[in-house]
Write a protein that binds this ligand. Structure first.
Ligand SMILES: [Zn+2]
Length: 128
């Protein structure tokens, strides 16, 4: 396979996955537009976390460090997508709270559920 063919294959592969690239002052976030809008939004926050908070190329780093960055980016996504000060506007005990949050913040129900679980867990820890 020639070099230009390999480059085209690589670009086609990259199109499938959302990713961020940082080269000096040049920063880029690419999102797969074929995904559901809610998933695109979450992946944008994930990639934004990498741009704002992480340095280095993951492909060059040890697995444990890469996993730590992924954990951090996923955690950042939850806080950025559903900021606590905005959640205070909602009745978190409402039976339809997950649907409401998903609709209002345009993120998946799964992300809303996880965020609320973490808030409840923190409240329990505060009360102990
Ligand atoms: Zn990532």
């Amino acid at each position: 396979m020639n070099k230009s063919r390999k480059k085209i294959d690589l670009l086609k592969e990259m199109e499938k996955y959302s990713h961020s690239i940082e080269i000096g002052r040049f920063k880029l976030i690419a999102i797969n537009s074929e995904l559901e809008r809610e998933v695109q939004r979450e992946q944008f926050y994930h990639e934004l976390a990498h741009i704002l908070r992480h340095a280095g190329r993951q492909i060059m780093m040890p697995k444990a460090f890469r996993e730590l960055q992924e954990w951090d980016a996923n955690n950042f996504t939850r806080y950025a997508a559903l900021p606590l000060h905005m959640l205070r506007e909602f009745n978190l005990n409402d039976d339809n709270i997950i649907d409401q949050l998903s609709e209002e913040f345009k993120v998946t129900k799964g992300l809303c559920e996880y965020r609320l679980e973490r808030i409840y867990a923190n409240l329990i820890n505060i009360r102990k």
